[in-house]
Design a protein. Structure first.
Length: 349
């Protein structure tokens, strides 16, 4: 039988060796946080808009793939009776029926005028940045004709919301294609028009390049491969004091060597969709969406924050766009928005 004296070194080794392989925090790169851009699919598209509207002073553009207008899921019933246990049910019903499908149109949902007023109220109360800083943003929208999860008509409402808050039409690129519910690529994923994990569609279309070019302007030619600079990091340092955040233990980021050598790189935050996080598809999203090859040659750090699933409130690992973390999920103080902002700030140090 092994004695305690013999077990002690093994226990010490277990603790020290495990810590040696633990994920590290994000590196401080002195990135330019004021040149941040965001993008996402589905729940990630909703979160991209929520982060953009909350922090429009630092966000210069957004890519929205299959996502409805900002604040769409916040129901009138939830606002009248803001008790989480019941309000979340009202919000989820509205999200599914009126912000993904178009089954509440006869009730006026989504009501873009009301959502625009809601955003102005948030800005007036200081819960989001002033809308004046949003109107300079570039916006890329994509809707797939084969998307039966978030219907193209809902994307029309997204376009109307941006117009309602003052983003000029010339700054909005609206692409309609043949994809299913998926991020569109040149070669990765299922056949164009097919909706299946990892929610990438090979439609012979460089969505990542078109989106980044629309947001940032002319780009250098993309690299042949962008996977080698993908790192895993601990999300724990950015979750302090956030009790109901729904975030996973680890995220990933693409950090070009050029951004380690010199300061001033831009940051792009890529929000995964439901069932598209690492818990479900590994690194298929981070490696296959096409962003890294462009980032490698254009001094862009790509941040892939991660959500974890929860059996009762979030079984598919979606970003919070209906209030499963708390009813204040749209403002700067929302847990997930706070965590991602802290990650950007860490890269900027």
């Amino acid at each position: 039988m092994m004695t305690m004296r013999r077990l002690a070194p093994l226990a010490l080794c277990f603790m020290t060796c495990a810590s040696a392989f633990a994920a590290e925090p994000l590196p401080g790169l002195k990135a330019d946080a004021t040149q941040t851009s965001v993008s996402g699919l589905s729940s990630g598209a909703y979160m991209a808009k929520q982060f953009q509207v909350a922090h429009s002073k630092i966000v210069v553009g957004a890519g929205v793939v299959a996502g409805g207008p900002w604040g769409c899921a916040e129901s009138a019933a939830a606002r009248m009776a803001p008790i989480w246990a019941t309000a979340i049910g009202y919000n989820l019903t509205q999200a599914l029926q009126g912000c993904m499908q178009d089954r509440l149109a006869s009730w006026g949902i989504p009501d873009v005028d009301a959502l625009t007023r809601r955003a102005r109220d948030f800005a007036a109360d200081g819960r989001i940045d002033p809308l004046a800083s949003l109107v300079t943003d570039k916006v890329y929208l994509y809707s797939g004709s084969a998307d039966t999860v978030i219907l193209p008509v809902i994307m029309d409402k997204t376009r109307a919301f941006y117009a309602g808050v003052g983003v000029p039409e010339a700054q909005v690129a609206f692409k309609r294609g043949a994809a299913g519910h998926a991020i569109v690529t040149m070669t990765e994923g299922a056949a164009c028009g097919v909706t299946t994990e990892p929610f990438l569609n090979d439609c012979d279309y460089d969505q990542a390049g078109e989106m980044l070019r629309h947001i940032y302007g002319p780009l250098a030619a993309k690299a042949a491969d962008g996977a080698e600079a993908l790192i895993e990091f601990s999300q724990a340092p950015y979750l302090e004091g956030l009790s109901t955040h729904g975030m996973a233990d680890k995220g990933v980021a693409f950090v070009p060597d050029a951004c380690r050598r010199a300061s001033g790189c831009r940051v792009h935050v890529a929000f995964h969709g439901c069932a598209q996080g690492r818990e479900f598809v590994g690194d298929a999203h981070a490696k296959g969406a096409g962003l890294n090859a462009w980032a490698a040659t254009n001094r862009i750090v790509v941040l892939y924050p991660q959500i974890k699933s929860a059996a009762l409130t979030n079984p598919k690992g979606c970003w919070d766009w209906w209030g499963y973390t708390q009813l204040d999920y749209l403002s700067k103080d929302a847990p997930q928005i706070t965590a991602v902002r802290r990650m950007i700030d860490a890269l900027a140090r």
